[in-house]
Design a protein around this ligand. Sequence first.
Ligand code: F6P
Length: 558
Amino acid sequence: MSAPIDPTSTAAWSELEAHSAALVPDLRGWFADDPDRVARFSLTLGDLHVDLSKNLVTDSILESLVHLAEQTGVADRYAAMLAGEHINTTEDRAVLHTALRRPPGAEPALVVDGQDIDHDVQAVLDDISAFADRVRDGEWVGVTGKKVTHVVNIGIGGSDLGPVMVYEALKPYADAGIEARFVSNIDPTDIAQKTGDLDPETTLFVIASKTFTTLETLTNARLARDWLWTALAEAGAIDGTDAARTDAVAHHFIAVSTALDKVEAFGIDPANAFGFWDWVGGRYSVDSAIGTPLAIALGPRVFRDLLAGFHTVDEHMRTAPLAQNVPVLMGLLNVWYTNFLGAQSHAVLPYAQQLSRFAAYLQQLTMESNGKSVRWDGTPVTTDTGEVFWGEPGTNGQHAFYQLIHQGTRLIPADFIAFVNPAYPLEDGGRDVHGLFLANFLAQTKALAFGKTAEEVEAEGTTGPLVAARTFAGNRPTTSIFAPALTPQVLGQLIALYEHITFTQGAIWGINSFDQWGVELGKQLALQIAPAIEGDDEALAAQDASTQALLAYYRAHR
Ligand code: F6P
């Protein structure tokens, strides 16, 4: 892998520094003086209509941003990723989540490191589809012969956030009478609450872990297995023999992992396990076998449509010129705000209750990818990197944190995501409630962009110090993403859009967006501290003073 290009050494960076020094944001003026601005700054990406016009950029700023993408080799790096080069340098791995959504029979065939990627991807997809159909049709039954009514996914991070987000988003498509639940936290509350009202005879657990070593997941998997054995025995469905227990696991546990040997060691029949590969990063894995609970609850057709949506955006990213390339442009805008205008965070505000978990999903995608201080060759980064992503669905957020976005002192670029048609069209006294909801989306982006001047406030009769309090400066940047409806294809497009925005930023900053060493230290220390929690005084004595004091508090209050 070639050395990263220092973005700050490029001519484009100097251009952008000059632009930021001269910038006087004036969305009111820019809109008034330029009737074509909206048309020029609006783009189509699959089914998504993307309006960039309310961002703090002029044509020449955008041009310089595109120069930055050119001069830092974003397109070449994307091509290297698609081709299977080991761009994940610290783990010496290819990065091929885009291969998971190539359509069957895609040409030319993708063979990487001797593996026929397309063949293997399609084979697993076919296996998952066939298995999902068996569960949905009631052909696959529990140990007492009953159809599955609940699928409980046990996983964390990428083995949880993607599936739960997609399930919540596409729940209206669940048509087989199967509910999915998701257990992730090692806080025992999580599994206790999620299994509390379940019937063990109709529950199927999916143990999802890329590595099959994750403490939280394996602990919860053991708890689930104990719960199953106990509950089945209490119901008189099995006796306590090893054979009966093994049979129960065979009927009620499946696994998804890259480590199928470890799945078997846990006691799950490898015939009931679906594999994926080390070239799929955890936070990029919802479109791999990690999506098995989705295929079961929503159906294989829905899952394949989701993949097709991803592929549409992969192709756009590969083929669209940089100046028309939506993920590249959105990534560049994020770089502009982060590195030139001092933004430290980025809000993602879906006007869709179904996307209630989208921000949480994006937090892993963006921050585990780009929260780095070294570049892919181990040298320090030369600029600030990953911003904090956060958000909540509107309109709830409007009644919580929007005050700060409108009138606070911080610059918070925000993406608004909305859908023309609702999953649940309801009326309130003859008024379309979804229409009212969308009016809020439009109102917020308008208020943020154009604000309200003191003169406008005074014209409404306000006087004195209240004028300043009721004035809105405007020039708060937003991107609006609008689509006809939240279908599986549209959701796939949205997810892939953010994957490639993240990619673009990482490529410009010269970082490896595909490792996550920053999560390792805490894991290591938890294993060292656990014995101290359990009463080991030697382990207690080995801790720093603050940790010792907290452990003493724990012991005193048990
Ligand atoms: O702790 C971070 C992490 O490694 C994520 O990157 C990953 O998605 C998650 O843990 C879960 O890992 P696994 O799927 O191997 O259980």
